[in-house]
Design a protein around this ligand. Structure first.
Ligand SMILES: [Zn+2]
Length: 376
């Protein structure tokens, strides 16, 4: 295993890229999808099951973990990897986005943000320095700079002020992160949908210098067309020799479109969350397993899928356990969804390496256009 964090770009096809991130805890094949382990678990999955779907890296949430069980407790217990029994790479977010979306009584100043916990109302502060400390205590392999992410739509002045604050915080994050061989710090580009603000942000980040760069501030209500509009130029502003991470995305077609525009890493709660609400993502789009049409259907969700839900169980069984509120319902559908997402990523990596990504995209959209198999 290497002692340092590094990124090797292996092949490009159009703007799509495939490569490998090396860390002391293992390699991350890109384009990579990171399942979200919010509170130290990918809900309904054992860590070895998450690995079996093909995941090389998980995402952990600073906001949730700092509140419960606290970063200090996780540190005393040997760090997040040992605590949750996942010995491969972990990326942690900075806490900024979730403070904005979940916490109560937020107060934003130049110094940072103070807020009350959504769990027990207790008072907390996150600054760039504190965010770096929490992520160090957790033992995160890829640390995110602390930023502020305004919801869209927002007026230009709000986006501009917020972006400049995030760039000052990015500089303080870098300073506080220090020199930690084997661990990476990623900067986060902001600037909403405005091309000139995105460039100003990218330049500020390049001047500070990071191990990787995220496109932040998207997937916050702007819609796919506006998001792709930004992705048509934003990744190109970030260094080509470093990984590029699109935060909080997305649906399978968002992911394919982002990879086509030069994104290397993504994360989203969607495959695990929708697994618990009876939604399965397949090559043919979304299957709502709760629908009555599945009650007598002996066929698998997807006859080509090799996951445990598809090889061992019928649609009728999956329908039954969902309707009966059995825990295995969320377990099987989450496994299937994560398996589908990872298979999608592997398909894209292979296609880019073989120079046939455009063909992959065509097939992907054609299969979805077909829709689910006809009812019996
Ligand atoms: Zn499956």
């Amino acid at each position: 295993m290497p002692e340092r964090f590094s990124y090797e770009l292996k092949a490009t096809d159009g703007k799509a890229r495939t490569g490998v991130i090396s860390t002391p805890r293992g390699e991350i094949r890109t384009p990579a999808f990171m399942p979200v382990g919010t509170a130290g678990t990918v809900k309904a999955m054992l860590p070895e099951s998450v690995r079996a779907t093909g995941a090389d890296i998980l995402l952990g949430n600073t906001y949730h973990l700092m509140l419960r069980p606290t970063a200090e407790r996780i540190d005393r217990l040997g760090g997040l990897h040992r605590f949750m029994n996942w010995n491969r790479p972990i990326l942690t977010d900075s806490g900024g986005f979730q403070v904005m979306s979940l916490a109560e009584l937020r107060k934003l100043t130049e110094r940072g943000v103070t807020f009350r916990s959504h769990i027990d109302g207790s008072r907390h502060e996150i600054t760039p320095e504190r965010s770096m400390e929490i992520q160090r205590l957790l033992g995160s392999d890829i640390v995110m700079a602390f930023d502020e992410c305004p919801a869209l739509p927002a007026d230009r002045k709000r986006i501009e002020d917020s972006m400049r604050l995030s760039m000052r915080w990015a500089s303080r994050s870098k300073e506080a992160f220090g020199d930690r061989p084997g661990h990476a710090l990623f900067g986060i580009q902001q600037g909403g949908l405005e091309q000139d603000l995105r460039e100003e942000s990218a330049k500020a980040l390049r001047d500070i210098g990071f191990d990787g760069y995220a496109v932040g501030g998207l997937a916050v209500g702007e819609g796919q067309e506006a998001m792709f509009g930004v992705l048509d130029f934003a990744p190109d502003m970030l260094p080509a020799d470093k990984p590029r991470y699109l935060m909080g995305v997305g649906k399978p077609d968002d992911i394919v479109g982002a990879v086509a525009r030069g994104i290397d890493m993504m994360d989203c709660v969607l495959p695990s969350r929708s697994g618990r609400t009876g939604q399965a993502w397949t090559r043919h789009g979304v299957v709502n397993i709760k629908n009555a049409r599945h009650a007598d259907d002996p066929r698998p969700l997807d006859e080509h899928c090799t996951c445990p839900a598809c090889t061992g169980y019928s649609r009728a069984y999956l329908h039954h356990v969902f309707r009966a509120g059995e825990m295995i319902s969320g377990m099987l559908l989450t496994w299937h969804n994560l398996h589908y997402y990872q298979e999608l990523m592997q398909g894209m990596r292979d296609a880019i390496a073989a120079g046939r990504f455009a063909e992959f995209e065509r097939d992907f959209h054609a299969q979805r256009a077909e829709g689910d198999i006809a009812p019996l």
